[in-house]
Design a protein around this ligand. Structure first.
Ligand SMILES: [Zn+2]
Length: 241
């Protein structure tokens, strides 16, 4: 029974999270496409899925291409107070009843998305990472690129790091990213994530298929890939709660 309910939870959790995610993404799309009197010259891709050389899929909520740069936007629809910074592995959500939950640091998640986008574009452009808190609860996070939804329009308008893309460049970037957009569905992407998690749980390296073996490092014991140094995948020893 325990195993069964655990399994069911494992399957339903990403789906539920995804549904909340879709509502959040819709709100961001509305902000990115303001009414006609504020119209901006931009190209936009929503829900891009990139499959990397390790057959791992990455789902990117929004890519906004404007004259002042390329923005990779990760949407978070959490309620309550959110605590975190750019360095910690997990962020903490504190609900109004005091319950606490942890989730993967979206800045780290988005950093990897930016890396993959940049690679597709032959590392020719800087990809600007933005995490948008849909419920406008970014205030406790002291990172300039973690912003409230209410601030997104202004943030994009004011952003300036000296880049000026022409219409032709914007088209080229847009077409190149659309070209690599995987035909994978969101469902398949989630299944892929579950598969990776299961492999890691069974001490199989998700990157190369090797075994994950216990190793002694300077920060303590951890799991490393048996194909080290060819494969540098590591897994922390987690105490489940
Ligand atoms: Zn490996």
């Amino acid at each position: 029974m325990g195993i069964l309910s655990k399994l069911i939870r494992k399957i339903t959790r990403p789906v539920r999270a995804k549904r909340n995610g879709v509502i959040g993404e819709r709100k961001v799309i509305n902000k990115l496409n303001p009414l006609f009197f504020e119209k901006v010259n931009h190209r936009q891709i929503n829900n891009l899925i990139i499959v990397d050389e390790h057959n791992k899929s990455h789902q990117i909520d929004h890519i906004e291409i404007r004259q002042n740069g390329i923005f990779c936007i990760e949407t978070k629809n959490y309620i309550g107070w959110i605590f975190g910074d750019d360095l910690v592995k997990k962020w903490t959500q504190v609900l109004y009843n005091g319950e606490k939950y942890q989730f993967v640091n979206p800045l780290k998640q988005n950093k990897s998305h930016c890396y993959h986008i940049s690679k597709v574009l032959n590392n020719k452009y800087t990809i600007n990472s933005i995490v948008v808190m849909v419920n406008n609860n970014a205030d406790k996070i002291k990172c300039s690129n973690v912003i409230n939804l209410n601030y997104l329009t202004e943030y994009l308008r004011e952003f300036n790091n000296g880049v000026s893309l022409s219409n032709e460049e914007m088209d080229e970037i847009y077409n190149k990213l659309l070209e690599i957009n995987s035909k994978m569905t969101n469902k398949e992407h989630i299944q892929n994530i579950i598969k990776t998690k299961n492999e890691i749980a069974q001490n199989i390296c998700p990157r190369c298929g090797g075994r994950l073996v216990l190793r002694n490092g300077k920060n303590g014991v951890f799991y490393g890939c048996s194909n080290f140094p060819k494969c540098r995948f590591t897994k922390n020893i987690t105490i489940s709660n």
